[in-house]
Design a protein around this ligand. Structure first.
Ligand SMILES: Cc1ncc(COP(=O)(O)O)c(C=O)c1O
Length: 381
């Protein structure tokens, strides 16, 4: 397991958070968030590249406001998130709405606000274009229809082979398709696995005469456990920029590239902290109970295969470790936050930290199990 030389939140700041807010808590580093955004921008050294943040990964107003201050827009999939993004400082031109089954009243509001929309089906296209002449639309392309070898096929978008029909349908109603969208999947550790469907996607984008943008979704993985090589962002950016250059040359114009990561922007900016409330041995295992639960820190429940690196706060690296189940303070048998090697002398009252807790954690909190929402504390460090 790797150990970081510099913790996300320095010990003094962590002490202050614990004293001021108690446990459990989420603590966010604004500096880390800003650095991550700069890294992502640097990976795409081209004009006309727009970074959006997928708000489903983290919809906290303070988080969205910081993102907006960094001149990053929003990828939203609900009207609630759209309104939040606008309230947090994003302008309508900074936001793209990508969803499925959008209702007519929502479509009308999106049109009034001038929001770019990426549509999920030919039926949605007809409804959208039918709102009035001159409507522009982005179409979402189903990934498996482009690259049959993708590991998980999903329900979203139209088949690549339906694109000509979509183009005809738009023209027939005095509208046009000016954008193509794809989301190749999530939490990739290998850029090449993303580039395979993206190559087919960029080839398909040659077929759209009025193309103004391509949106390549998110998908960049985060090494939650800190145990493997980090995603090679430079290689990914280079691969995408090559595809973009070719597409621009083909169309003879400056097609915009939209990139909308959620996990990669948010995950590394936060830790989740919880206090040890009990330690017991049962059937040959050590169980460390905490004052948290998967109801308030749900990623380990949804993705036990990609655990968060877990360690005791305020301890050095040199420790005798013991395998442990870190569990929530409920009766739900699957309330397991981590299976980790932790110091053998862990005591009741110690504070445990879970790293990379900024994405798909607080935003997926559940009412199940009656847990209070932990505070989300933002520090400048
Ligand atoms: C349309 C769209 N874009 C972007 C994202 C963000 O994906 P990730 O967190 O994998 O970067 C999602 C997540 O589901 C999505 O649905």
């Amino acid at each position: 397991m790797r150990t970081d030389a510099s913790p996300l939140i320095p010990d003094e700041a962590l002490q202050a958070i614990i004293q001021g807010h108690g446990t459990p808590f989420y603590a966010y580093s604004r500096q880390k968030l800003r650095r991550t955004i700069e890294e992502l921008r640097a990976a795409f050294p081209r004009e006309g590249v727009t970074l959006l943040f997928a708000t489903m990964a983290n919809d906290l107003p303070e988080f969205l406001s910081e993102v907006a201050r960094c001149r990053v827009g929003g990828c939203v999939n609900s009207m609630r998130h759209l309104h939040m993004a606008l309230a947090c400082g994003m302008t309508p031109t900074d936001v793209q709405f990508t969803s499925s089954g959008i209702s007519l009243p929502d479509m009308q509001e999106l049109r009034t606000l001038g929001i770019t929309v990426n549509l999920d089906s030919l039926g949605q296209l007809e409804q959208w274009i039918g709102l009035g002449p001159g409507q522009k639309a982005g179409m979402r392309i189903n990934t498996a229809s482009l690259a049959p070898a993708v590991p998980v096929s999903d329900r979203l978008g139209i088949e690549a082979a339906q694109l000509p029909q979509a183009l005809r349908s738009a023209y027939a109603h005095q509208g046009r398709i000016d954008g193509l969208h794809i989301y190749v999947g999530t939490n990739f550790s290998d850029p090449e696995a993303m580039l395979v469907p993206l190559r087919a996607f960029f080839r398909l984008a040659q077929e759209v005469p009025d193309l103004a943008y391509v949106n390549i979704g998110g998908g960049i993985g985060v090494d939650h456990a800190g145990s493997t090589e980090p995603f090679d962002l430079e290689r990914f950016g280079h691969g995408v920029c090559e595809l973009l250059d070719d597409l621009r040359a083909y169309h003879g114009k400056n097609i915009r590239l939209i990139f909308e990561p959620g996990r990669r922007i948010a995950a590394t900016s936060a830790v989740f902290g919880t206090r040890v409330t009990d330690i017991k041995h049962l059937n040959g295992h050590r169980y460390i109970a905490t004052d948290a639960s998967i109801a308030v820190f749900p990623r380990p429940f949804h993705h036990p295969e990609s655990p968060h690196r877990t360690q005791l706060a305020f301890r050095g690296a040199e420790e005798v470790l013991e395998p442990s189940f870190v569990v929530g303070h409920t009766t739900f048998s699957k309330d397991i936050l981590a299976v980790a090697a932790l110091p053998a002398d862990t005591r009741i009252g110690d504070v445990l930290l879970f790293e990379n807790a900024g994405a798909y954690c607080d935003s997926m909190r559940m009412r199940f199990l009656g847990q209070e929402a932990p505070p989300n504390v933002f520090v400048e460090h």
